[in-house]
Design a protein around this ligand. Sequence first.
Ligand code: CAA
Length: 293
Amino acid sequence: MKTITTPAIERVGVVGCGLMGSGIAEICARRGLDTLVFEVDEKALEAGRARIEDSLRRGVARGKLSSPEREAALLGLRFTTDLTDFADRDLAIEAVPEVEELKTRLFAELDGVMRRRDALFASNTSSIPVMQLAAATSRPGQVVGLHFFNPVPVLDLVELIPTLATADAAWERIRHFTEKTLGRHVIVSQDRAGFVVNSLLIPYLLAAVRMYESGFARAVDIDQGMVRGCGHPMGPLALADHIGLDTTLSVAESLYTEFKEPLYAPPPLLCRMVQAGQLGRKSGRGFYEYTVR
Ligand code: CAA
């Protein structure tokens, strides 16, 4: 059996506290980690904090954690709008929107801020090449993809993605952290747009949008078909709303850019809905209507 000799990861920084970042921060704090969360301004920070508190409350109500565990998780969480507070972090997990330029700039900034020589840099990207983010830093050997699934506190899968440059020690350390410290199930993917899950999931979601767009069937019938006929927890249009139509679109665009396969080409309706601000559950309207909390 291999012995892990690299130092434990205890101080984590999560960049971005949206749907994914808040879930990632929550599970880190629930596992007893010193968790610092960055957002661009106070408003975004407060929204993120409220999302985490709400999820922890639901977790207690569903019997997934005790009240003292919830209190301990809240105590392990700190929030900042100043990225230089990440200087002492062992690991930064980036979970900002799927905008290539934004992520690339952020990795360069984190590289300048994080002082520990063995610090690790991880991206929750679902589609942008991790190598491109690694190349924005002076320490590409320390960079990996660490892709979670929404809702993060409920779905225990993580895709781990090494790049051509990831150092062996960094890889062992992040894998140990994800499996043992976070207690997640790991699958490994090469650094290709979409990795394993989205390469399979996105063409399915796009096919459902095309079916709806062509008038083939109603949204509710498409979704019920897959829920009742195939045992899926939710139908493809409800799932696209859950992921966010903007995120679904940007993952489809990245897949299309990488592989040029028609099955990855975003249908016009998806593009128009995103342009109209109909982003799914988070905006209150997508293929269905929602109450925004
Ligand atoms: N903390 C911990 N556990 C929680 C919780 C919380 N805040 N909220 C709910 N849970 C638990 C519940 O206790 C329940 O657990 P049990 O099954 O053990 O009882 C479970 O989560 C389901 O919760 P609910 O009963 O409240 O909700 P549901 O049954 O309606 O399921 C759902 C909701 C989990 C979202 C489910 O519909 C589902 O799994 N859908 C598919 C989601 C999916 O495919 N996500 C992946 C998207 S792809 C992606 O994320 C990657 C990308 O890059 C785009």
